[in-house]
Design a binder for this molecule. Structure first.
Ligand code: FAD
Length: 473
């Protein structure tokens, strides 16, 4: 690898090839804090340098792993000592903003929050939002097809991308930097790179879709008396608020109680005896009419007994206080560590039965384990956190079986938004057919025949079956 690194240093500059302690100082797993184990980290400044780096790696048959903000939750950025990590941390420029056409052109290493702020500066908004906004990058968001807290209104990352540029395994550059909403000229190649977790190409730049501003944000936390009331509330708020409902984030009682009363990390804004709590958020333009619409919708929900109690945020600080409970992943880690987290999706009517089944199975097979549930229920997405007292491979596998096995019969998926990475690779067949997986392999073979990009991620290569757990800390 030393000769190759010297050649790469000639392209990106010696200061941008990190080795030894500089590599180990980087954490590749947000949950566990595990250090990077790559042989080196390379930091190109632009597409040209990245493409030249990949040409050298291709010639040397050198596998690489792409690094964005390293907030991914399925071990997608992990690397082994024989791999080189390519970090986009120097590729963060906002290249152009077009408020009239509603687009923003950016280098893929730009943090999500920087893009949101650049859109706000021209009185537009970039609609993707998630708890890791300060660290996660646009390239990572594209690679994982990130979801987040605005999906019911604006869709996932796929819906926010108008065009992109990617460097392929052989160093060639595919530029599909489309700026228009409509462009049906042949295959829409950008879709190959969205959600394929860096296995088909390295995203280097993107054209993102901007939305009109919705400066009036109304937020409430409500308590729901039953799952039927919860789904009734979702339907009611969607109807009563027209298209402006943007978040419907549910916390099962176990989650809400743990992060408020039990851990003392947050003062509970509502008493903790309801089975479900929901953060409702609506985005509008005119403060007066929007406030009226939001309050009326909540009052009607109260009258119809869809909610038992509600608290409205009257300031940005109060709004942030409500969201802080929902987004407090550190609190979950502190309370349940070692923690297994899952990100599943299900048809909404099946969710309560699924959670009950899982809780019962866990009590039967793992007495003493704790489970809390929350998630973007409006998108059919649940996050399940389980503390089973041990993080060893056997315990993990046993818990994974319990979580994943009931999904397929209910029409659910093992990954709603975090992706597959290394973590769920062994279970891909539960959510995708043999034909779908064969087509994924064919695409991988066509674009990356030597298997250099994000090796071992998403798809298990038959010829080189590295166990998914082997690279984990
Ligand atoms: P990384 O972690 O660096 O990489 C993720 C994967 O993408 C890896 O496989 C990597 O190799 C690949 N990759 C990264 N950059 C590129 C690129 N330029 N080209 C090709 N491949 C690339 N996710 C959600 O969907 N919704 C949420 O609500 C959400 N909330 C979160 C809250 C917290 C507190 C945390 C820590 C994470 C959350 N996540 C959520 C997960 C994570 O933030 C997203 O998956 C995010 O999109 C990852 O971006 P990143 O830049 O950190 O990517």
């Amino acid at each position: 690898m030393d000769t190759l690194l010297a050649e790469i240093a000639a392209v990106v500059g010696a200061a941008n090839v990190l080795t030894g302690a500089d590599v180990a100082a980087r954490c590749v797993d947000w949950m566990s804090g595990a250090p990077c184990r790559a042989g080196a980290i390379v930091r190109p400044a632009d597409t040209g340098e990245l493409a030249a780096t990949m040409r050298l790696c291709h010639a040397a048959r050198q596998p690489v792993v792409t690094h964005g903000g390293l907030t991914g939750l399925v071990h997608g950025a992990e690397a082994t000592p024989d791999e080189i990590a390519i970090s986009l941390e120097r590729m963060t420029a906002i290249e152009a903003v077009d408020p009239v056409g509603g687009s923003l052109t950016v280098q893929a290493g730009a943090p999500l929050q920087k893009v949101q702020e650049a859109a706000e500066a021209v009185d537009r908004q970039f609609a993707l939002d998630l708890g890791a906004r300060g660290s996660c990058t646009i390239g990572g968001n594209i690679a994982t097809n990130a979801g987040g807290i605005r999906v019911i209104r604006y869709g996932m990352m796929r819906q926010q991308v108008l065009g992109l540029e990617a460097v392929l395994a052989d160093g060639s550059v595919i530029s599909s930097m489309n700026r228009m909403l409509k462009n049906n000229a042949g295959f829409d190649l950008k879709q190959l790179f969205i959600g394929s977790e860096g296995t088909l190409g390295i995203v280097t730049r993107a054209v993102l879709r901007l939305q009109p501003p919705t400066p009036d944000v109304r937020t409430a936390l409500v308590a729901c008396p039953s799952f039927a009331a919860l789904t009734g509330l979702l339907a009611h708020m969607g109807q009563a608020l027209g298209g402006s409902l943007a978040a419907f984030e549910v916390m099962w009682q176990s989650h809400y109680r743990l992060l408020t009363e039990e851990s003392g990390r947050h003062t509970p804004p509502l008493v903790t005896d309801a089975p479900f709590y929901v953060i409702l958020e609506s985005l509008g333009t005119d403060p007066q009419s929007h406030a009226g619409q939001f309050s009326t919708a909540l009052e009607t929900a109260l009258e119809r007994e869809l909610i038992a109690d509600a608290v409205l945020a009257h300031s940005d600080a109060q709004r942030r206080g409500l969201w802080a409970i929902r987004e407090d992943i550190e609190g979950l880690i502190e309370a349940l560590a070692p923690l297994f987290t899952f990100d599943v999706s299900l048809p909404i009517p099946e969710m309560a039965a699924y959670v009950d089944t899982l809780e019962r199975a866990l009590a039967r097979d793992r007495p003493g384990a704790s489970m809390v549930t929350f998630g973007h229920l409006g998108d059919g997405n649940l996050h399940i956190s389980i503390g089973a007292g041990s993080a060893d491979a056997d315990t993990r596998r046993a818990v994974e079986q319990l979580v994943y096995a009931p999904l397929a019969p209910l029409g659910g998926s093992i990954s709603a938004e975090h992706g597959i990475g290394l973590e769920k690779r062994a279970y891909l067949g539960l959510s995708r057919s043999a034909e779908e997986i064969a087509l994924m392999h064919a695409l991988k073979q066509a674009l990356d025949p030597h298997g250099l990009l994000n090796r071992y991620k998403v798809l298990a290569p038959e010829a080189d079956p590295a166990p998914a757990t082997e690279t984990r800390p």
